[in-house]
Design a protein around this ligand. Structure first.
Ligand SMILES: [Zn+2]
Length: 251
C-alpha cells in the first residue's frame, strides 16, 4: 500500500540507475540510522556491497530504540535497548561490518532532539566531533522529509554537523517511511535533488538476513506488550526489492 501516487520509483525514467560497483566510488562511508534497523532496511544492500568491494563502513545509530515495546515487563527500556543494540550488531556482522565500527548515541527513541530542541546544538557538536574522528567521504542519512520525527531530527542533526565541520561530504539520503505514509509534500520536489536506484541484487540475501536479525521488530519475540511495534509484512515489502533508492542534492 505505497502512498506514492506521483513517483513510481521502479519505473521512472528520471531515475539514474547505479550498478553495484558504483559504491566503490563512495569511499569511506558512514551510515546514520535514526533507529536500530534503519541501517538494514534503508541501506543493507549498499553496506553489503561496500564491504564486498573493500570500502570501510561505519554506522552511527542515533536513538536507543527503547520505545518499540513500552509496556513489556520482560523487556523494560534498558533491556530492550540492549536487545536492539545486539540485534544491530548481529545485522551488521551479516553485512560485513564489525561491532567496533558501530556507535550507539542512545538518544531517546521518539524524542531525538530536532532543530527546535534546546539540546540540538549540543547534539550537533557530538555528531560533528564524531565526523571529525571518522572522516567519511560519503554519508548515508535519512531522507530530509522522511515522515517520522526521529528521521527528520536525524537529518537536521547530520546536516548541521556537516555544515559546521564544512567537510566535503557526499550525502545520499534514503527513504524509510516515505514508502508507507508520505504526503505529496514529503516527496522529492527540489529541482536539484536527483533520484538514484542502486542495484543490490547480489546482496539481497545478506540484506534480508540482516533485516531478520532485528527479530524484536518483525517477530513475536517480545510477547507481553499488545501495543508493541512490529514492522508489518506490508512495510517490509518495500525493502525486499533488487534496488535501493538514494536521493542526492546536486550542488
Ligand atoms: Zn526508523
Amino acid at each position: 500500500m505505497s502512498n506514492l501516487p506521483q513517483i513510481s520509483f521502479a519505473n521512472s525514467s528520471e531515475i539514474e540507475s547505479w550498478a553495484a560497483e558504483t559504491v566503490i566510488s563512495w569511499g569511506k562511508t558512514l551510515v546514520v540510522a535514526p533507529h536500530p534497523d534503519d541501517e538494514s532496511l534503508g541501506c543493507g544492500g549498499a553496506v553489503a556491497l561496500l564491504r564486498k568491494f573493500g570500502n570501510e563502513v561505519t554506522v552511527l545509530t542515533v536513538s536507543d530504540g527503547a520505545l518499540s515495546h513500552p509496556n513489556s515487563k520482560k523487556f523494560p527500556p534498558e533491556r530492550l535497548r540492549d536487545l536492539r543494540e545486539s540485534e544491530t550488531i548481529a545485522a551488521l556482522e551479516i553485512l560485513g561490518v564489525s561491532a567496533d565500527k558501530i556507535t550507539f548515541l542512545r538518544f531517546p527513541d521518539g524524542n531525538v532532539p530536532g532543530e527546535h530542541s534546546d539540546d540540538f546544538a549540543a547534539v550537533v557538536t557530538i555528531v560533528k566531533d564524531y565526523l571529525t574522528e571518522i572522516s567519511p567521504q560519503t554519508i548515508l542519512l535519512p531522507w530530509r522529509r522522511d515522515p517520522h520525527p526521529d528521521h527528520l531530527a536525524t537529518w537536521q542533526i547530520v546536516k548541521a554537523a556537516m555544515f559546521e565541520r564544512s567537510g566535503d561530504y557526499r550525502a545520499l539520503e534514503y527513504p524509510i517511511w516515505l514508502w508507507e505514509r508520505a504526503e505529496n509534500a514529503d516527496l522529492p520536489r527540489e529541482k536539484n535533488v536527483k533520484i538514484h536506484r542502486l542495484k543490490i541484487k547480489e546482496a539481497i540475501v545478506q540484506k534480508q538476513s540482516a533485516i531478520r536479525a532485528h527479530a524484536s521488530q518483525i517477530t513475536g519475540l517480545i510477547d507481553d506488550d499488545p501495543n508493541g511495534f512490529q514492522l508489518s509484512a506490508e512495510v517490509l515489502a518495500h525493502f525486499d526489492g533488487e534496488f535501493e533508492i538514494y536521493f542526492e542534492e546536486i550542488k
